[in-house]
Write a protein that binds this ligand. Sequence first.
Ligand SMILES: Nc1ncnc2c1ncn2[C@@H]1O[C@H](COP(=O)(O)OP(=O)(O)O)[C@@H](O)[C@H]1O
Ligand SMILES: [Mg+2]
Length: 572
Amino acid sequence: MSLRRIGRLFTPYRWQMALVTVLIAASSVVTVASPFLLRAIIDTALPDKNLRLLAVLVAGMIGIAAISSAFGVIQTWISTKVGQQVMHGLRTSVFAHLQRQSIAFFTRTRAGEVQSRITNDIGGMESVVTSTATSIASNLTTAVATAVAMVAMSWRLSLISLVVMPPAIYLSRKVARMRRAITTEQQRELANLNVSIEEGLSVNAIALAKTMGTGPSLIQRFTASSARLIDLELRSQLAGRWRMASMSIIFAAIPAVIYLAAGLPVTAGVMTIGTLVAFTTLQNNLFRPITGLLSTGVSVISSLALFARIFEYLDLPVDITDPAHPAKIDPGQVTGHVRLASVSFTYPGADRPAVTGIDLDVPAGSTLALVGETGSGKTTLAALIARLYDPTSGSVRIDGTDIRDMRLADLAAIVGVVSQETYLLHTTVRENLRYARPEATDAEIEDAARAAQIHDLIAGLPDGYDTMVGSRGHRFSGGEKQRIAIARTLLRNPRVLVLDEATSALDTETERAVQQAFDNLAQGRTTITIAHRLSTVRNADQIAVLDHGHIVEAGTHTSLIADNGRYADLAA
Ligand SMILES: Nc1ncnc2c1ncn2[C@@H]1O[C@H](COP(=O)(O)OP(=O)(O)O)[C@@H](O)[C@H]1O
Ligand SMILES: [Mg+2]
């Protein structure tokens, strides 16, 4: 399938590859000269007691070994470098490509699967990408040179040697197919193992496992995956071993047959002892390159399984991407007028739309509150405004520009999101804040933390802003993480702010501090608040009530209470 595509990965390195090939060809030609020297030693130098000739011939043999070893070192250096570069290229392009995937991809992909492909699958290619080209070049030239030399010495004996080829090729093909199937299974199982690690050894997973008492079953699952790997590797190794064993037997039979042939009346006396010895040496030399070539074939074919998994990721279409002709906007000049026109959205694979026919107009600098029961579509609307998904129909506009026509970087500068689940990187508080704006000064970071009502707490920690937040921010309570997230968003200074149930998990005490932080954050921005507790949305300029993906009511707190409808029910 993708042999040509694999070949294309090497095109940037064609000159290095060409150099390696030349080196290899040179060293195999040189090596093949050795048996001719041997023949001259046995048939001429030794019987004639010609010491000078003997010295020259012996020096030649040593020289040949030295030259080909030196070539070998250079060749390993170049080919390893090329192989590593190819892997580096694959790793980085998979990373970059997946990075561009929308949330939908990460929603459907198991945690651990992506890591497994980038590390295990690309890692598994290492031997193939570093050694295939050189192995083909060296084995092929050695085999050809040896074969030529064999024919030159005795074409009759050469013909006899040919009988080993068909069974050797047949065996290799069979093993290659087996290995490819096994490799596919192995990589799948390795990914399972990785998923088990992710689901068994991350902070959140461990907390769940400990409280649910599911530790033993996690261990069982991991053990089963690991045990299947033993079985697969055994099968893979044995398949290879059987092939090698059968080929050794076949190849060992050849010299025996040749000695027999040499003794037959027809051929007896036709060749010298020197020819016979030199020929079997050559023939023995042929064994290595031919098995080498066949083994390379086997590993290339089994590695197709790895490449297939990587190419599958590289070929994923990017569904949310920069427009071909982005609108020219300066995020600093945007006022933040948000408009949703007949927006409907159905999640990929879902049978019902999550939101339908949503019309909303949020003037610049005003606040909109979205309320409604769980599952009514509030988070979905927030995601559509941040363009984590594109609407199935209808449009989201900011200052009149469809957000699909904006560069993603511009949109990210305009819209800021704080959600209930805050994700913190495993680094210091300062670095977590600086993630939002790499060029922010320490003073700006502290100002943001002050406005987010978190400065005093951070400053009171033994290491202050250099405190590590722990994996996913586990060191901090929900309210503290929330305020760090607010400080982070303040640093980005977005014109449009989306707050998705950002205070729902907090107790009233922290909520007051966080609410104060939110009020500071919301000042002068267009704010879309999704709130669980209606107390926090009273002052919104408009309130929209969602139910099963539809807006069923809209107005202000006072007007909606007066209407005595759904909102009044929720508020009661
Ligand atoms: N990634 C998803 N894939 C499929 N359906 C989803 C996805 N996320 C949410 N939904 C569904 O969409 C509906 C709206 O969900 P959501 O917007 O999260 O509601 P809310 O935030 O109001 O609780 C729900 O029925 C939910 O099950
Ligand atoms: Mg929600």
